[in-house]
Every structure is written in C-alpha cells, then in structure tokens.
Design a protein around this ligand. Sequence first.
Ligand SMILES: [Fe+2]
Length: 286
Amino acid sequence: MIPITPSGNCMGVDVHGVDLSRPLHEAQFLEIRELLHRYHVLAFRFQDLQPRGFLDFARRFGPPEPHVLDQYHHPGFPDILILSNVVKDGKPAGLADGGTYWHSDYSYLPIPARATVLYSVQVPQVGGDTLFSDQELAYEELPEAMKKRIAGMVTLNVYGNRDDLDLSSRTSAPPPTQEQKDRRGATLIRHPLVRRHPYSGRKALYSVSGTSYAIEGMPEDEGLALLRELAAHSTQPKYRHSMKYGVGDVVVWDNASVLHSATLTDPAHPRTLYRVTTKETQPPSA
Ligand SMILES: [Fe+2]
C-alpha cells in the first residue's frame, strides 16, 4: 500500500514514497489512480523531474491535450503548458493568472479533461495556491427535491468565464485568437449537469461554474440563476481544499469530481508551473 497523509479537508492527500523520476509499475500506477478517484487531489512532494519525465507520468492518466493558447506551450514539449507570471525581455514566460475562477478544465470541449497534472518549478513567497471544491460531496448533500429537479438537465458551455466577460480583467479567461478559435473552443458544447464518474460511477455536479452559461430548454436567465445557485452551494468552504505548492511538488486533480480555481499572484513574487492536461476517453455521461 502506498502511504498517504490526508489533508484534513474533505478531500486531498499527500502521497509518499513514490519517486516519479523512475518508471512506475502498472500496479503502482493503478493504486495511484484509485487514490485520485477516492481523494480527488493528490500531491507528490519534492520531486525532481525533467520535462520529459513529467510528461511521461502525466500521460499515464490519459492522452495529453495541448492548451488552445499555444503561445505558452513548452518549446521542446508542446503538450506542456507553462504557467508563469514571469516576464523575460518584455515577453511573458508563460500564461499568467490562468483560470482564477471556479471551473473544470476543458469543459468547453466535447471531450473534456480527465486529470490535470502540475509540476511546480518556481514558488512565490506569497499566494499562488490552487483552490478545489468537491463536486461529488456537494451533489450528495443537495436536497432530494433539487436532485430530482436537475436530473437529466444539460448545460451549454463556451470557452471563458461566464461571470467575468470584461476581457481586461485578470479574472476573465485570456481570449484565444481567431485562428485558435477556428481550431477549437468556440462552439457551443452540451454536457450533463450531473455526471457519472467514468471509473467510480459516483455522481457529481459538473461545470456549474466557469464555462456553463445556460441550461438547455430553459430561458437563459432562469438557467443561469439555477447554475449560480448550484455553484454557490457547491463551492461552500466545507467542500473546499486549498493546495500550497513547494518547489518540485507534483499535483494531480480529477476534473470529473472537482471544480478548481487558481488564485491571483503578485508579479513581484515569481511563480512558474508546468501543466499537462489529459483527456477523457469519451464524453461525460449522465
Ligand atoms: Fe484550470
């Protein structure tokens, strides 16, 4: 058994005794995947990885899907997105302030993200935590009447942050260029409001915040009001976990069962992370 330390919140564990710079046996990986589905967010502290080794580990969770904003891809490994608030010679070293609102990765794509995997390269003295919110527990604790009401509902999703459409704001999603939009991410995508986990079969609220702006078959304002009500419920402090990074930490989260939000960083405190986002093998099912 791989030793773990629970975070003390409703989810999240530190995983011990695994050196990710060495090849993982299949049995060891399957145990790690089980931990992910049970605890939703895993942290492997103090790892020492090269980009290729990091990518090899991330690939175990599914095929990587490079981010739509391709100007921030790692030069040698386009499957790795560089998240950074560092500016070198007037050019951003990576995507700064990405996803500072509650969302599930790639919920604007027909086949969204499975696991997101981060490797912490440079840690700021203050800030830079990632917040998570447990959407399985939030669903479980909904009143039965609400569970009945939302059963079978479908959300409509587009790229971006529905609650901040001011593109000059640091909490809106950085807009893709027309060419990037043409390739991906500009179409209306339908997803079940309550989805089943592809491995455990447990039900969770899905994409109630971030990219969803309407519910199919409902007037737009009514659907949005219901989504906001569900998001307010599902991001209450009792469902949350906050991740603090140290240099070398590898963090994995399960996009089928959590919402997450980055927090704004102060450019005076440099921060750099590598990110690989892996895809589901099929669209989410109700
Ligand atoms: Fe994200």
